[in-house]
Design a protein around this ligand. Structure first.
Ligand code: DX5
Ligand code: ZN
Length: 225
């Protein structure tokens, strides 16, 4: 589906009632769930791993877009696919080698291993990382995740450098899927759409609200306005 869409992040939902949260999001029209996996090493925060992905998989048919904020995405790729992930996105910052050639080899290896598992592959970049670390790898992947906050925590403030980056990627790669993640709300989602973004991850602007349906309607209106 090529339509722009809003992907709720569960990071700040009620983990004591995950099934209920997924049901509320599905009732609000959600078509894809964004799952934020953090290892306390690549980022200074821990979230959840395979058991939660597997539990969610049993409660919904929605595609699971898994954002790996972990140091060793290759080691967890198969366990995540076995748990039910449909697309795995890893960070360029997790792939840094001793030189550009080693980094390139690591990225290509990770992309190849994920592809061999039969799922989509995404590559993410933090706002503080120079764009040349992404360049050269976009053509290998299905999706580029342009972070609009430093990965690690929900509820941070949107960094507008992401908009310029999306424009740049869109101009060079008309067909790659571009996803934005971090601090997205009704006040900036329209600008992200205009920059050329396809997929909008939204955490707190949905799960901090009492009515998820109303939040998603407002975001969709702001995106298309
Ligand atoms: C940040 C995560 C996000 C984020 C979204 O590391 O990747 O998916 O928590 O939450 P908000 O929309 O609250 O920034
Ligand atoms: Zn995310």
């Amino acid at each position: 589906d090529a339509r722009p869409s809003i992907l709720p992040s569960l990071l700040q939902c009620d983990f004591g009632n995950l099934q209920g949260e997924v049901e509320r999001l599905a009732a609000a029209g959600t078509q894809v769930l964004h799952l934020d996996v953090m290892d306390g090493h690549f980022v200074p925060n821990l979230s959840f791993g395979m058991p939660i992905v597997e539990g969610l998989r049993r409660h919904t048919d929605m595609p699971l877009d898994v954002h790996l904020m972990i140091s060793d995405p290759v080691a967890y790729a198969k366990p995540m696919v076995d748990a039910g992930a449909d697309l795995l996105t890893f960070h360029v910052e997790a792939m840094r080698g001793k030189d550009a050639a080693e980094t390139k080899g690591r990225i290509e290896n990770a992309v190849g291993q994920i592809r061999d598992l039969g799922v989509g592959v995404g590559l993410a970049i933090n706002p503080s990382t120079p764009m040349n670390e992404l360049g050269g790898h976009v053509a290998l992947v299905d999706l580029v995740l342009v972070m609009s906050v430093e990965a690690g925590f929900g509820g941070q403030q949107f960094n507008p450098v992401s908009l310029t980056r999306i424009q740049e990627i869109r101009a060079a790669f008309p067909n790659v899927m571009i996803e934005i993640d971090g601090g997205i709300k009704a006040s900036n989602i329209g600008a992200a759409r205009q920059a050329g973004c396809d997929l909008f991850v939204v955490g707190s602007a949905i799960t901090d609200r009492s009515d998820y349906g109303e939040a998603i309607v407002e975001l969709n209106e702001a995106m298309l306005a």
